[in-house]
Design a protein around this ligand. Structure first.
Ligand code: ATP
Ligand code: MG
Length: 429
């Protein structure tokens, strides 16, 4: 078989030449004397046209094919304006590489809606669909764009442990594991390790990080295993320095997506607006004032989904920061400023997509905060040690990758944005 052009991505320069293509048989139509295959690969689709009396042995093979089988075919690439992409393949050779069983657990091209659980149960098939692949192609661009942006701004990519003996919030929302007979936990975020990194002199780091959270809630915007762009930077003057990096990062990845994923955006039927910088900043106090008028909300309360939506409507911007949260709503490591924390959330269309802060870098202040919150300081020995021998002022944020994509691409369910979602009910496939 010819291997030179093993793709349905064929340009006009190939018309009239011999090519080879390979992929999945999306559809077969047998009209008696002529049969058509719609072949799909990662680049798109192509038609294979076979006339029975010309090559009866290939015609035979085609009629024995089941949908979603994998084949390769070689033959003339013939211009034909009546075919969707302007050409068809007239096969001289055809090989069945893998015959698919029937019936399929779910359809790929069918117009009928398959329910979400069936899709997730058969994710490898679901992922063959154009719409689903579009999400992951954009996800790829997003991560690549974030890496490029951070790298060019002096951030070093790191990978910190996911198995640990302590957990950031010291709380209950962690998965406990048996580590050779000792208790250990899956990390909720790289928080503690990226702060430890600030004591090393590698003072701008980022991680494409896994979060493991044993949160009981089963919502359309939470996963129990998720990913994030997490960063930490030292020698900041305030959380404002961190926010500036955050908004530039968001703008720069959106620009890259618009540039590189026009086709995918069209498939998903979404338009991306490139936001203006700086993003609007509203303080928690302003948010509280908005909310007190509309719902049962008191200063110091956390923002739930409904509250976030109300604020989103009031602010009426695609992206905005909420700043100066009450200290009691934020974790122990957030830098206090009176009753407030130097902490911020970034929201997209009324949903939190990122949280960040300036952190406490002073050892005594940090231990003091932990004690105030009734935490068991000994559990954090290894973390605290990094604050005793020279720790610069620092801050950072975590930006949920799936959360970002679900909002920007208007997908409605966070599970759409991760290959194999983990939630309270689902641990396979
Ligand atoms: P939320 O209030 O939305 O539950 P959080 O404040 O608990 O989120 P953070 O600890 O601030 O989350 O994590 C930083 C970011 O990571 C969030 O802004 C979000 O984008 C993402 N994230 C956090 N938890 C989850 C989760 N369970 N599933 C998916 N993404 C998450
Ligand atoms: Mg948060």
């Amino acid at each position: 078989m010819l291997r030179s052009h093993y793709s349905t991505d064929v340009g006009e320069e190939e018309f009239g030449k011999k090519i080879a293509i390979a992929g999945w048989v999306e559809d077969i139509r047998n009209l008696g004397g002529i049969a058509f295959i719609l072949l799909r690969d990662r680049k798109g689709k192509a038609q294979i046209t076979c006339i029975k009396k010309e090559i009866p042995e290939i015609f035979e093979k085609i009629t024995s094919l089941s949908r979603e089988s994998v084949i390769s075919a070689e033959g003339l690439c013939q211009k034909n304006e009546k075919v969707r992409n302007g050409w068809e393949l007239l096969p001289e050779k055809m090989e069945i590489l893998s015959q698919a069983e029937t019936p399929l657990p779910m359809g790929i091209a069918d117009k009928v809606n398959v329910d979400f659980d069936t899709r997730l149960d058969n994710r490898f098939i679901d992922l063959r669909r154009e719409k689903v692949q579009a999400i992951f192609k954009i996800r790829h661009t997003f991560i690549e764009g974030a890496s490029e942006f951070l790298s060019s701004n002096g951030f070093l990519q790191v990978h910190t442990p996911k198995i640990t003996v302590s957990s950031p919030e010291g709380g209950t929302e962690v998965f406990k594991i048996n580590y050779f007979g000792r208790d250990a936990y899956l990390v909720q975020s790289p928080q503690l390790y990226k702060q430890i990194m600030m004591a090393t002199g590698m003072d701008r780091v980022y991680e494409i990080a896994w979060y493991f959270r044993a949160e009981e809630h089963d919502t359309s915007r939470h996963l129990n295993e998720s990913t994030a762009i997490d960063l930490e930077m030292a020698f900041i003057d305030s959380e404002e320095d961190v926010m500036k990096i955050g908004e530039k990062l968001v703008k720069s990845v959106l620009e890259k997506i618009v540039e590189e994923n026009e086709k995918e955006m069209k498939i998903l039927d979404v338009n991306l607006d490139i936001p203006q910088l700086p993003f609007t900043r509203v303080t928690y106090d302003e948010v509280a004032e908005m909310l007190e008028k509309k719902v049962d909300f008191k200063w110091g309360d956390d923002l739930g989904t409904d509250e976030e939506k109300i604020v989103g409507n009031e602010v009426n911007e695609q992206f905005y920061f909420i700043t100066r949260f009450p200290l009691k709503t934020k974790p122990f490591y957030a830098m206090p400023d009176g009753d407030y924390a130097r902490a911020f959330d970034l929201a997209c269309k009324g949903t939190e997509i990122s949280s960040g802060a300036q952190r406490i870098h002073d050892y005594n202040m940090l231990v003091g905060r932990m004690k105030e919150l009734g935490m068991n300081v000994e559990n954090f020995d290894e973390y605290l040690k990094a604050f005793r021998y020279g720790m610069p002022p620092h801050g950072g944020f975590g930006l949920g990758i799936e959360r970002f994509l679900m909002e920007v691409l208007e997908l409605g369910n966070i599970r759409e944005c991760i290959l194999f979602p983990r939630d309270k009910k689902r641990i396979s496939p």
